[in-house]
Design a protein around this ligand. Structure first.
Ligand code: AP5
Length: 216
């Protein structure tokens, strides 16, 4: 199954994608994670996108399309993929359609997650992740069971916060989402692939809505 998750920053795309990976045995392709990995590796591309990401702007279509093309070419998405945070522009959406068609792959569903802006800001400013396995947490909504220890991989003192998870970057990220990415909701609706779910509520409640959207 090939799925796109569309939603503003903090909508819960990554959280739900991690659940779908476990439940459905498909891979998560997050361009945000790939770009952060490139930064951590010290690559030239990683250095080039560092400031752009920190202030909440979009990196170029060319870079993110290249990252997704690499993953698709490597066969990593053989059993199916969740595209998390990609595409975000019409150019990226067209490119994804062409790449998938050239490999005989089809998109099964595009799920748009809606959450109001105040809740989004509260979510991203309280977010932290495990630096070892990438599990996503939140100060209030999803704290680890034991302080400083990851529930998933048991790593100690590995939690980190993103430099773009602050109110100023969030304003830019939200602006870019409404200007560039939300137009994809109409794009995929026109293709008959769109489902919309309410992303507010407990994580498990949202997961239930996600499964209804995907299987209904
Ligand atoms: P990216 O990493 O994709 O960030 P994003 O889209 O801004 O999305 P987030 O990761 O902030 O949110 P999410 O929806 O995954 O929420 P999460 O599940 O973590 O991109 C970062 C940057 O990279 C971009 O700004 C851009 O610069 C660049 N980039 C990436 N892709 C690009 C592209 N295609 N084109 C151009 N540039 C690109 O949840 C958030 C928090 O809320 C967590 O703490 C979580 O525990 C909590 N939470 C989740 N669900 C719930 C719930 N139901 N109730 C309460 N809390 C919840």
């Amino acid at each position: 199954m090939n799925i796109i998750l569309i939603g503003p920053p903090g909508a819960g795309k990554g959280t739900q994608a991690q659940k779908l990976v476990v439940e459905r045995g498909i891979v998560q392709l997050s361009t945000g994670d790939m770009l952060r990995e490139a930064q951590a590796s010290g690559s030239e591309m990683g250095q080039k996108v560092k400031d752009i990401m920190a202030r909440g702007d979009l990196v170029t279509d060319e870079i993110v399309i290249g990252l997704i093309a690499e993953r698709l070419d490597s066969g990593a998405a053989g059993a199916g993929a969740i595209f998390d945070g990609f595409p975000r522009t019409l150019g990226q959406a067209d490119a994804l359609g062409e790449m998938m068609a050239s490999k005989g792959l089809a998109l099964d569903c595009v799920v748009a997650m809606t959450v109001d802006d105040d809740a989004l800001v509260a979510r991203v400013t309280g977010r932290f992740t495990c630096g070892n396995c990438g599990e996503v947490y939140h100060d209030a909504n999803k704290p680890p069971k034991h302080a400083n220890t990851c529930d998933k991989c048991d790593a100690k003192d590995s939690f980190k916060r993103r430099p773009d998870d602050n109110e100023e970057s969030m304003r830019t990220r939200l602006f870019n989402y409404y200007r560039d990415t939300s137009t994809l909701i109409g794009y995929y609706h026109a293709k008959g692939l769109l489902k919309t779910i309410d992303g507010l509520g407990e994580i498990e409640e949202v997961a239930g809505r996600m499964n209804v959207a995907l299987d209904g």
